[in-house]
Design a protein around this ligand. Sequence first.
Ligand code: NAD
Length: 315
Amino acid sequence: MIDTAPVKRIAIVGAGTIGGGFAAHFLSRGLAVDVTDPAPDGETKCRAFVARAWEQLRELGLASAPKAPDFAYHKTVGACVARADFVQENAPETEALKIEVLAEIDAALPAGKVIASSTSALVMSRLAVKTRHPERCVLAHPIHPPYLLPLMELAGGDRTDPEAVEFARAFYAAHGLKPVVLKKEIYGHIANRLQYVIWNEAVRLVLQGYCTPEDVDIAVTNGPGMRWAFLGPFLTYALAGGEGGLARTFEMFGPRDAMSTDRAARIQLTPEQRQMLIEGVDEMLKGRSMREIAAERDTRLIALIKLRRELGTIV
Ligand SMILES: NC(=O)c1ccc[n+]([C@@H]2O[C@H](COP(=O)([O-])OP(=O)(O)OC[C@H]3O[C@@H](n4cnc5c(N)ncnc54)[C@H](O)[C@@H]3O)[C@@H](O)[C@H]2O)c1
């Protein structure tokens, strides 16, 4: 049974880059925070990290107190999670180590409280193998730094109770984050799988002598990357079809793409698969027209361009 009482105390297990970031985030959202990390300098580092992050949170108006509220630091996982309503595990990305850490958390955490893992790529079905309560173990992957970037990718393992995933989703959403729940777990989740496709192609282009690393970065940050702040690949391609949306994009660019742009890696879509994607985009649009989406994109792009001018990162 998942305990769905509101979260007042969160335990952060592993307080490096991500754990420190979560500590700052949840302190700024008014939660009591307990932290543990086995490194000898773990406490000093985490306190310094939170103090630095607090300055940025203040600059963004997300924290008003001049200093971060105090958090409790514990020497052991057991002491850290003993009073927790929710646990965010951020130990190093090694499957064998995380399996042990989750089992240790599970043994000490009060009944029904949810355990979330920040793993960048691993799946919960494997991470929870040594827990006695795999039903409360949820994948919850942030993007660095978690106190500035809102995405949280969630998924259950083969023995996770869907109620645990839903509880985690509602908890993150209520605390300033943007959860996305995968229908089923997959190594790398969504964001890292996408990032690595781009990364692999960037490396291939450079290694095969087509351009420099700088050229790749200019191409991304002055082109598609500016749109990606507001539009993901599906709406980008839907807009490419004008008023006809994604159905028109498939009609117009399908034959061309097969001949040129992505000859190397194109997925050959069946008509049924195309239809499924078109319907997925329609669902996302919620009745808004392509014209409306384009106007919204432009307003946001203009704001972004102004901001980047101010920062001196665009002419
Ligand atoms: N850095 C990123 O960009 C990023 C983004 C999203 C998710 N993640 C994921 O978050 C997790 C933590 O990554 P990070 O970048 O903060 O790593 P990190 O190396 O900065 O921090 C890991 C911390 O875990 C501690 N640790 C070591 N053994 C431990 C144990 N047995 N129990 C508890 N803590 C232990 C270490 O002392 C260290 O402070 C990983 O699973 C990683 O894949 C990282």
